[in-house]
Design a protein around this ligand. Structure first.
Ligand SMILES: C[S@@+](CC[C@H](N)C(=O)[O-])C[C@H]1O[C@@H](n2cnc3c(N)ncnc32)[C@H](O)[C@@H]1O
Length: 611
């Protein structure tokens, strides 16, 4: 970064004398310099006439300069700050390419896409345009106390930006940009809006915001993609994933980090229009169409499609492995515990160890699927009530979590036999056939919008044989208290209770009664819909890192051969008549003839008959 150009300073000072702030002038000046190829003679001519004209609002001729300036000031008194949602596909102009962003000292400089059409790439055309002196109004985020125009922020990637709000202060409040890693400490004294900038798509990426925070909070994904001025207000369209893929060099979060995080009011953000493109329109289109919901975190890309309507998947943070939220006591042990059933002496592949196969190979065949008898036994345990063994807790963790004085009796938990995979403490190698779940997803899958009212679902794009591992349920590892607190806070949860051992001990420690919640943090299994009884997937407890019975993986295997394009489903095990069920009730649309949701509404039945 070089020394500031004295001519910029001079131009800024001249415009300040006319009532334009530095942040207002700089981006416009930047564009003029581009357009005039940094020829200052043109810009300085007539006392910065082109600059003044460019700063004027769109619908006012240069002769009304003074009135316009007053108008600009008045706009500063507007009080609206709205977040609107726009559909990604509709919103992005195919011919628009993202532009460069530049970082200047502590102020934040963002590029926005040019609104030029391809034929406008011709410099002659630009000149022709400039002779008409089009307005170059741009929005910038101001320092505390500065006035500015109202702005609309639109995100073209996420449907969850549905909130809108008004700021009733006389002046446009300061805005503090937060990256996901930020911790907000001074919010009680902060009078402006907090903008959380998320630099990963489909993720829920919130910094720690204290409960007493009174500032309005907006969430944005990544960078600003386009800015448009309409009726004196500024529309900002935010970038989506692909634009960042194109421009990995500086993210907004980086800029925030580079800026002065200590004082919200000192962070200013200005938009710099840089009218040259980094990528071709074709490349841009190709990148946009590459929608991998795993954001590169799995072995395979998993696209999402919606052939039904304009909805896009809601935001969550994609994780390929479960993570402890806060209190859950989960230990991953590498010590050579003598009680730990580990094949210390194995070498290579446990499924191929002759003359005697290793004793840990109870579940998988050499073809990498579940043994038929093992699978059949698990299916009957899950589906056939006569074969189910129920365990009853003395003090059921589901009840204890409610912290009520009198505990309701335990309703029983199905005892489920799981299996154990070899792991790093075993003697075998990474390619051992007894390591399937831990190697992750390897099939071609797709998240799709279901045509029959269930929202998003997961389907396979290729044929899957019976007993094949598909994916595991990944999410936050929560204690039952933490889960219960989320429901008290009215948070959406989709928990899977890890209750295979419950009831086998006299009492369970609170921090060891666990569940997985894939709502905020999760993997593709959060898109698996429920089907009563005859689902094509079954969940099986799999121990990998921990011999501790309290924590295990929930792995989904196919119950039968599944054809390409079939939706993948599992039986959530919901008792639709149990109001205490941790899963939020819904009208079941599974279509199974064994459907347990007797109270299904007429509407649900109608949807089913249409589908
Ligand atoms: C774990 S999510 C599954 C993904 C979800 N469909 C989505 O759009 O994100 C569970 C939610 O999906 C919907 N769902 C799942 N199975 C369903 C079914 N059989 N009938 C109706 N809705 C279902 C319910 O809204 C349920 O709360």
């Amino acid at each position: 970064m070089g020394r500031p150009d004295p001519r910029i300073k001079k131009a800024v000072e001249a415009m300040k004398a006319l009532g334009y702030t530095e942040g207002r002038v700089r981006p416009v000046l930047g564009q003029l310099r581009k357009i005039y190829d940094n020829n200052w003679d043109f810009i300085e001519e007539g006392g910065y006439l082109v600059l003044i004209n460019a700063l004027l609002p769109q619908d006012e001729p240069a002769t009304k300069m003074n009135e316009s300036r007053d108008g600009a000031r008045n706009m500063g008194k507007r009080k609206v700050l709205e977040v609107a949602i726009q559909d990604e596909e509709d919103d992005i102009d195919e011919d628009v390419a993202p532009l460069k962003r530049r970082l200047r000292n502590t102020s934040l400089s963002l590029g926005s896409p040019s609104s030029k059409k391809p034929n406008e790439e011709d410099p002659k055309h630009e000149d022709a345009e400039m002779t008409e002196l089009p307005p170059l109004k741009r929005m910038y985020l101001r320092r505390k106390g500065e006035r500015g125009s109202a702005m609309h922020v639109s995100n073209n990637a996420s449907p969850s930006f549905s909130s809108s709000m008004s700021l009733e202060s006389e002046e446009v409040p300061p805005i503090k940009l937060l990256s996901a890693d930020s911790v907000v400490a001074d919010t009680d004294s902060f009078a402006g809006a907090l903008i959380i900038v998320d630099d990963e798509p489909f993720t829920d990426h919130r910094p720690m915001i204290p409960e007493n925070c009174s500032a309005p909070v907006l969430e944005m994904e990544k960078s600003i993609m386009s800015v448009e001025e309409r009726d004196g207000e500024t529309d900002i369209t935010l970038n989506n994933t692909t634009a960042m893929d194109v421009l990995p060099s500086v993210t907004v979060s980086d800029m925030v980090k580079a800026g002065d995080e200590s004082g919200a009011a000192d962070i200013s953000m200005e938009l710099v229009v840089v009218p040259d493109c980094d990528i071709s329109a074709d490349r841009w289109r190709a990148l946009r169409s590459k929608k991998d919901i795993t954001v590169g975190k799995e072995n395979v890309e998993i696209p999402w499609v919606n052939e039904i309507n304009d909805e896009v998947p809601s935001r969550f943070r994609y994780i390929a492995q479960s993570v402890v939220f806060r209190d859950a006591a989960v230990k991953f042990l590498v010590s050579s515990d003598p009680d730990d059933e580990c094949c210390f002496s194995c070498i290579g592949d446990c499924l191929d160890s002759s003359p005697m196969p290793c004793s840990c190979t109870i579940a998988y065949t050499v073809d990498g699927v579940l043994k038929e008898d093992f699978l059949e036994a698990r299916i009957s345990e899950a589906r056939d009530q006569r074969k189910q063994v129920l365990q009853f807790c003395q003090e059921c963790p589901l009840e204890k979590a409610k912290k009520e004085e009198a505990l309701e009796p335990c309703k029983g938990h199905i005892k489920r036999k799981g299996m154990k995979e070899c792991w790093i403490k075993c003697g075998c190698g990474n390619r051992c056939g007894n390591r399937l779940v831990q190697r992750g997803i390897h099939n071609k899958l797709e998240v799709f919008f279901t045509p029959n009212g269930k929202g998003w679902g997961l389907r396979t794009l290729e044929r899957l044989p019976q007993g094949a591992f598909v994916c595991e349920y990944v999410g936050e590892i929560l204690t039952m208290q933490e889960l219960y607190q989320r429901s008290l806070d009215n948070e959406l949860t989709s928990p899977v209770i890890l209750d295979a051992h419950w009831g086998s001990e006299e009492s369970s420690e609170d921090e060891k009664s666990l569940c997985l919640d894939g709502t905020r943090y999760g993997n593709i299994s959060r898109f698996l819909n429920h089907r009563c009884l005859d689902a094509n997937l079954i969940e099986i407890p799999v121990h990998v890192e921990s011999p501790d019975q309290h924590y295990y993986h929930i792995a989904f295997f196919t119950t039968r051969d599944i054809q390409a394009m079939e939706e993948l489903t599992w039986d959530y095990g919901i008792d639709f008549n149990d109001d205490d069920c941790p899963m939020k009730p819904f009208d079941c649309l599974c279509g199974s003839r064994f459907c347990r949701n007797a109270k299904r509404s007429k509407k649900a039945k109608k949807v089913l008959s249409i589908a």
